[in-house]
Design a protein around this ligand. Sequence first.
Ligand SMILES: NC(=O)c1ccc[n+]([C@@H]2O[C@H](COP(=O)([O-])OP(=O)(O)OC[C@H]3O[C@@H](n4cnc5c(N)ncnc54)[C@H](O)[C@@H]3O)[C@@H](O)[C@H]2O)c1
Length: 257
Amino acid sequence: MSNVEKTKVAVVTGGASGIGRCVAEKLLAEGWQVWALDLSQERLARMAQELGAGGRLRTLPCDVADTANVQQAFASLRGETPGIDALVCSAGVVRAGPLAAHAPEDLDFMMAVNIKGTWLCVREALPALRHGASVEDPARVVFLGSVTGMMPKAGSGFYGATKSAVHALASVFAVELASSGITVNAVAPGSVDTPMREQVLAASNVSGYKTYGTSPMGRIARTDDVAGAVLYLLSDAARFVNGAILPVDGGSRAALT
Ligand SMILES: NC(=O)c1ccc[n+]([C@@H]2O[C@H](COP(=O)([O-])OP(=O)(O)OC[C@H]3O[C@@H](n4cnc5c(N)ncnc54)[C@H](O)[C@@H]3O)[C@@H](O)[C@H]2O)c1
């Protein structure tokens, strides 16, 4: 028997920015092979240039809300690697504002990316996740939820509703996939310093609603605060953690309850 450890393979959606990119970088640093899927070809190209694609980093343009596109992406991925050890669904979008001021398209847009996109990626990744997975050494799925999916937040009603749905998907998938040797968990960040937060802040200036302040820890999260929790859920230490919704918010939620 060989003592050479197999290189682990992860797919990270929304992998070219913010939390997703930070997760990808940390996994690469730990020796994983990473497939970064993202809608933005420009961000993927920048990532490939900055981190050096072609070795353990592979970049793949993909719109997670587009069924054919996701099927194609996972089919081409399987052409190169029969099994994947982890899927991190970080692709997500936000349109902030008071509920009464939203256009129906805002809800359609967030539901398509945040809910359908998350579900679809798991569905299409399943054959590769099942490959080689066992209840003793499970493949991992981690969703990016949000504390706004755990408690209502003015100005983020629709967004929070989509994140509540993401948490529900995590719980149900966790049970339905457990016997296949696949665990499914979600991390639920508070405010994280990424391009998405800039978008929310810009919208809040227009709508006048108040966003969450800093956590009781006195600062907002950095991407690596959240990526650290994701990496824990992908680690051997978390092999029996399944169906958890883990707030990563520096205690903001606890301070409000
Ligand atoms: N930033 C925060 O404060 C915060 C808080 C809680 C939860 N989250 C969640 O964390 C995740 C990552 O957020 P972030 O802050 O890193 O955002 P980000 O905007 O920095 O990155 C999101 C990435 O997803 C990609 N993306 C968007 N739509 C896509 C699609 N249809 N298909 C494929 N890729 C798509 C974008 O191109 C971008 O690269 C999201 O699911 C978000 O809802 C973020």
